[in-house]
Design a protein around this ligand. Sequence first.
Ligand code: NAP
Ligand code: SF4
Length: 671
Amino acid sequence: MTAFPHLLSPITLGPLPLPNRVLMGSMHTNLEERGDWNRVAEFYAERARGGVGLMVTGGMAPNREGGVFDGAAGLFTPEDIANHRLVTDRVHEEGGRIAMQVLHAGRYAYTADCVAPSAIKSPISPYTPHELDEAGIEKQIADIAIAAARAREAGYDGVEIMGSEGYFLNQFLVTHTNRRTDRWGGSPENRMRLPVEVMARVRQVAGADFLLIYRLSMIDLIPDGQTWDQVVTLAKAVEAAGAHAINTGIGWHEARVPTIATSVPRAAFSWVTQKLKGQVGLPLITSNRINRPEVAEEILARGAADMVSMARPFLADPDFVAKAASGRAARIAPCIACNQACLDHTFAGKVSSCLVNPRAGHETELVLAPTATPKRIAVVGAGAAGLSAALTLDARGHQVTLFERDAGVGGQLRFAAEVPGKEEFKGLIDWYRTELAASGVTLHLNHRARAAELAGFDEVILATGVRPRWPEIETAPNAQVINYADLLSGQATAGRTVAVIGAGGIGFDVAEYLVAERPSTTLRPADWRTEWGVGDPTCWPGGLMTPEPERPARSVTMMQRKPERPGRTLGRTTGWIHRASLAAYGVQMLRGVNYERIEPAGVRISFGQSRESPRLVPADTVVICAGQESERGLLAELGDRPVHVIGGADVAAELDAKRAIDQGTRLGARL
Ligand code: NAP
Ligand code: SF4
């Protein structure tokens, strides 16, 4: 008897029977644009092997003006169709099913040729779109329908028409972006004409026996968003136009409400899909922040949806479904919703990968082949870098001994796990523990490795991490100064008024730790909705109401010496959330600061080169978050012996788990 009877039960979407209710949601990988189609095919084939019910590709442009950026992939030529055929053939060989998403970006396109219902620039693109005329609208409809027909020719099992997240079709639906006065604008009926016409045309051109999914924005989370009545009317019209299933879209990309970040509660929006249940006859697919089979099972068991879409979890673990089905759910590598190697890469034009699984998107290049010459390998340090190296080497057949000075594994990951809104890191550490227990790695905790005991190993890997930097600031003897590690590990506490020295990633984390109540709103979904202003779309058009932030637990001032805006180094897709959260808590941020002296009453500072505006930042506790230095004491002890140095021990500056895990895994694959 499986623990996931609903999740693993079959379902039929239109013409397509599926073995389970798991859909791998659309993700832009940036692989298609690189032209290495074997790599694209292997990315999807690996996930097909892992047993997912249905996959949806990253969004394919229906035409040049609708591409997310100049040169975005689409099925424009016979060669494109042949390339996509490689992908669909490989997926089908593995017993999988794959639908292609057709995505017209409208005003979100990063191209000067972009088009939209009205010439209204979006806050997330530098280009003002060209307003379409009647012929232009007809061209877009025809191009989308042709893209769907070509998807069929390329061997796809269906298409998903992207109608949410604020893209082209969504832009017609609301007055926020549609100011037209012709038959494509004005009344709600006119505004929904385009998506419905698109669906009818796709159905006509691609055929009734070709799976057709519509991704519908169920809660826009922007001003002047759709009312719930309009959402329901559209869903019914889309069904009547020939859709076989409706997938859930949550929030426009320009929305100032987080929808997929790690601080968003798990399954935070499944109630929105549930609201639509019973209003239409076709299967509904829910999505957003679902990253564990237990969460997905619970959603289906309570009837909130017919299927569950997970996207990033399939970057973290292609074998998600196979592991859930074979009683190995604890061994599913968790997506911690950090966006660091997936969405942040996408926006930087890099290949999308995964912090937890660096093989994602690199399946053909980062191959973990069994070793022909097993070695005895010592890994010193069980933080992210050491754990990744040890487990990779073990998986390849080496004999690995892992030494850790502390009582537990995880290194710096343990600090992140203590930050309110970053609870997912606990799951990552648990997963490492599970993997270690299932591996052949010999683990020595509470053990500071010495050079002599490393002598008998064939290879030594130093992953001893970092120690907090202690800046040279004149400090009065009785001042209350602690560092972030002592605070986050619970070895030190802070008073009611706190000054934070350093406004990098850890400074932001520490500020959140200081101001947020426990448990965090991430674990209190109703309070999280209140905090961010997410309301019931029946009462609030677009589901947007006035946010009501919680009261801060402390008064906090963050400081940095650089004159630039604090938080510039935070993740591209998540930095704004951290800044908005701390602003809502009333955290003060000072930049261009000189630290003159730390005193019992606070930090004496001045500004700029001429040390202007001296003042005291009041604080009963000062927390130092001034970066790190590499911990490499063992290196000197080892003398001339060649060692591999990875993670923070290698380079402390801008160390993050992504680099550490990537470096550990790549070294593990090489030795
Ligand atoms: P960081 O991002 O490099 O920030 C260090 C901070 O300390 C800066 O604000 C820097 O600002 C200040 N600083 C450096 N040297 C100093 C000195 N001698 N005296 C006083 N202040 C000094 O390092 P971190 O905050 O420790 O974070 C470590 C890594 O983890 C980073 O790569 C970070 O991106 C990552 N991380 C990211 C997140 C996230 O994205 N949410 C969260 C946690 C950690 P000034 O030099 O201007 O004073
Ligand atoms: Fe999930 Fe982070 Fe991996 Fe993206 S990089 S898939 S958010 S764990």
